[in-house]
Design a protein around this ligand. Sequence first.
Ligand SMILES: [Zn+2]
Length: 310
Amino acid sequence: MKSHFLLLIILASWTKQVFAQKQIAITIDDLPTISRSMNTDALRAELTDQLLGHLKQYKVQATGYVIGEKLVKDGKVIPAQYDLLMKWLKAGHSLGNHTFGHVGINTISAAAYERDVLGADTLLRSFLHRQHAELKYFRHPYLHRGNTVEKRDSLEMILAKHNYIQAPVTVDNDEYLFAAAFEKAVSSNNPPLADSVSNTYINYMMNYVHYYESQADSLFHRPIPHIMLLHANLLNSKALGLLLSRLKADGYQFVTLQKALEDPCYLTKDQYIGKRGISWIHRWALSKGKKGAFFKGEPEVPKFISNLTK
Ligand SMILES: [Zn+2]
């Protein structure tokens, strides 16, 4: 009896250890905000406060990626937009570069891309410096990393030259479609529909987490710290708390991007050259020669969501 009890204790602590190994970093793109309806300074501040409230509740230290052109109008900086960035910094989050004009490298020249990287750099670096914060991370618009070898190599060179660390994504998803559907439901004054979009969104995201979990297991034969891509939109300002609570209940611990990147899996070579902006897990899988069957089971956006975005 006593030995059974001991076995139970060992099993419980082992289970806890295994669950503790699940880690995820939260990264949020298109800062300060991306929402059609939250279109005044006050509404953008409200959206930001709600997002930051969810992150605070679950003790998440996120990284946010700023689009430079959202900070200026007619050649002048917009103080209210910088105020929103201040809120992120004061809440303990890090900010990174998401280019000035949010154009993927596949569609412009390498020289134009570099100008776009520097456009946001100029607007962010001295601002962050004054707040004793660093500008070190870069997130590629649309996750595009080059559709030719030359573009891919130029991208690597440009980002290295300006001392950026590229922020990968493992849990890629079509959250933006849910965000558009949610805006539609809210603007048509249909709370039950908005709730239905938001609940479907949470389940969809958890399915995606599990999909990439099992792919990481088969690539690395162990769990890896994941990096989730989200956007600073109205949907997340309402639903992020629930998503974080589901991740926590699933055994996830929230870590910083810096901590996630310490894992050697992020040294895996990405040799994917193509026009798609895809998860780093898929990039690694394609680089390792994985074929069709490996990619099966990817969660799909339900019809009623995509219909709402039309
Ligand atoms: Zn973006």
